[in-house]
Design a protein around this ligand. Structure first.
Ligand SMILES: Nc1nc2c(c(=O)[nH]1)N[C@@H](CN(C=O)c1ccc(C(=O)N[C@@H](CCC(=O)O)C(=O)O)cc1)CN2
Length: 295
């Protein structure tokens, strides 16, 4: 068996085509949806991700605002920038690129973002709504990677209802919100969450209909962990120097040999990563639509 590839680039391209039409409709009403990013420091991967967000947003007609601070920026400087973006009418939604330098208090910074402009869905109010809003419509922004995972499966006609999903990892951008989203009544999956405190992951993984791997451990998931035919979504990122080219290379959590056992495979790169950017743009367009009372 060779897994059917869940192509994140193709799904993200389709989302962006749809968004371009929604952006044009907003512009007809005199509103240009504005997305902003805050980058603290010069981490090359973060610079790459932020660059992708701006390039792709501009390509669909959005206004993009790129704000940068040096790696030694103080908490006060970052918070002052957050206050500026909260007050900026042209900015409908923004993100603070994570991770932040270690001396900064990430939770306090996320909490300072205006929840109505929180394009990542990581403000405590929005995460709280994700917990509370079990049945309701999506009126709050959802964290982009978990939303990207769901959207990628939906766009490949994969029904998560009644499926046993094992989520690997418990971080705030992927693992924790992933479990909450999957157990919404509209999705109806059964979730097991495993993490670094799980003594033995293999027995859980082997029972899974779907594995969402976001631990950030290179090739953690081996073919023997995967039930034949299962769907495996690789969202973990490890960057190492490629021994052949000497260049920095992305390795996922999933061993490439898993393709021989799985029924569906979302690779990394080329899977959920592009969806993360597309869903970020979706969150901002939805915020602009809410402000224009189009939703
Ligand atoms: N505030 C946030 N910070 C971070 C998030 C997030 O959702 N919000 N997620 C990640 C990084 N990320 C977006 O910010 C992101 C990661 C990967 C990709 C992507 O398209 N990757 C490509 C490969 C690119 C490469 O060569 O490295 C792929 O998967 O094909 C986009 C966005 C951490 N920080």
């Amino acid at each position: 068996m060779t897994a059917q590839i869940l192509d994140g680039k193709a799904a993200a391209a389709a989302i962006k085509d749809e968004l371009a039409e929604r952006v044009a409709a907003l512009k007809d009403r005199g509103i240009t949806p504005g997305i902003a990013t805050v980058l603290v420091g010069a981490d090359p991967a973060s610079q790459l991700y932020v660059g992708m967000k701006h390039k792709q947003s501009e390509a669909i007609g959005m206004n993009s605002i790129q704000r940068e601070l040096p790696a030694d920026a103080t908490q006060e400087q970052v918070e002052a920038l957050i206050d500026e973006l909260n007050a900026d009418e042209s900015c409908h939604g923004y993100i603070v690129q994570l991770p932040l330098p270690r001396h900064l208090d990430t939770d306090a910074i996320l909490e300072r973002i205006d929840p109505a402009k929180d394009a990542d869905g990581l403000h405590p109010t929005n995460l709280g709504r994700l917990v509370l809003n079990v049945n309701g419509p999506l009126e709050t922004p959802l964290p982009c990677t978990p939303r990207g995972v769901i959207e990628l499966l939906l766009r490949n006609d994969y029904d998560l209802g009644g499926k046993h999903v094992v989520v690997v990892g418990r971080g705030v951008t992927i693992g924790r919100p992933m479990g909450l989203l999957l157990t919404r009544r509209s999705i109806n999956a059964t979730v097991t969450q495993v993490h670094t405190g799980t003594p033995e992951m293999a027995p859980y993984l082997q029972q899974a209909d779907v594995i969402v791997a976001g631990a950030g451990v290179k090739h953690l998931i081996k073919p023997e962990h995967v039930k034949p035919g299962a769907a495996v979504l690789d969202v973990g990122v490890t960057r190492e120097q490629d021994p052949e080219t000497g260049k920095s290379k992305v390795y996922g959590d999933v061993d490439p040999a898993v393709a021989e056992v799985a029924g569906y495979l979302s690779p990394n790169p080329g899977g959920v990563g592009p969806m993360t950017v597309a869903l970020l743009m979706t969150n901002v367009v939805e915020t602009a639509e809410r402000r224009a009372e189009l939703r």
